[in-house]
Design a protein around this ligand. Sequence first.
Ligand code: EPZ
Length: 432
Amino acid sequence: MDKFKIQGGTPLSGELPVSGSKNAALPVLAACLLTDEPVILHRIPQVKDIGTMQSLLEYAGAKVTQDGGNVTVHAKTLDRPEAPYEVVKTMRASSLVLGPLVARTGRARVSMPGGCAIGARPINMHVSALEHLGATIEQSHGYVEAQAPSGLRGGSIHFDRITVTGTEDLLMAAVLAKGQTIIRNAAREPEVKDVADLLIKMGAKIEGAGTSIIKVQGVEKLHGAEHTIIADRIEAGTFLLAGALSQGDVLVTNLVPEHVGSLIMKMEQAGAELDDSQPGALRVRCLRRPKAVDITTEEYPGFPTDLQAQYMSWMTVAQGISFITETIFENRFMHTQELARMGANIRIEGRQAIVAGEDTLSGAQVIASDLRASASLVLAALVAKGETIVDRVYHIDRGYEKIEEKLAAVGARIQRVQDAATSQTQQAGGEE
Ligand code: EPZ
């Protein structure tokens, strides 16, 4: 398994470009199943989860061609509306094909996602929402089997808690349902708005995407379209924190500043200087240790849970004690044990992490446990004294495009190391 070897202590300086959003690309790719015409997508990040989603589309019968970040999906016929366990177990977001497959073909057989490192993450709200649109759904042998032989019909759904992919799944089902669908307590994440923007280009009738009430008027058929997805706000936030934590001077480009508004507020309170005078870019400077500033994660536009671990890395070297409260997932503090190996002083009490800032961290061997935890360990290693080895970086490859190349280009001393066993296996063409 690949590792990262990182020498800490170098302030980052220069330009960090942000890629297209993984969490917009996933529902946007699934939306291509809704038409028998080609859909052309741009700025698709080349990360592992996107490859997984593309293989799901091909499994169902779509043709996928890719040229760098340009991907064309042509779901002319879908002769196998299924998502098998072997694929779904590697990526929970596979459930995003459930809605489109039922809407387009009248049936779907999608493996239930197992739990994952950060929590149970069931899809009960996806299932009950689709039942509200007239699908009959059985759950057996670890699969969700949905049937809607005479098509879906519009309905009124009120999510009892906000779910991002649940909102996206339902939206993609509703666009071909007969009649009107109203979704209340919908997720307001920019990625929801982005998939709605594509659907509207494909001929869907949607109002209110990006707000908590979305209205959809079903249509008979959708046609092909072309779409460029939004910037990855979580990668952008990760880079802003890398610039601040390394006490550098970094220009993060190709981002949408208002998508990271909650992070900007907290970073400024903690003493970072952020300059948004250049359109589509943010310059971050922080020439001293930050002040301790509390955060509580919330659905958008609150502080994103996907930046909690990265922000915590910064707070481990803050002046004072910060309280970090995680309200979205029940087990999203696994990075704290690894940060403690680097000298961080963190106490967990239920959903709250209490972080007492230290002067600095010391490099150590650490293990990544999930996508955003691995990013937090890379950030911590940038500021730690000495060498850090981050193991199992396949986690980070799921959602960050060439992160070590981007960071090295702004001065980080980071290199990817393949351990002998892995490289021999890969040379022999074997699976990891
Ligand atoms: C999306 O996951 C993101 N993934 C996650 O990003 C992100 O952390 C999460 O939203 C919260 O912002 C994608 O967009 C592909 P939820 P999602 O449904 O949709 C519970 C990353 O690092 N819930 O909004 O799966 C659930 O367990 C990933 O890029 C149910 O109980 O999250 C969680 O506690 C990690 N039943 C809460 O709701 C359901 O049917 C919010 O989950 C659905 C969700």
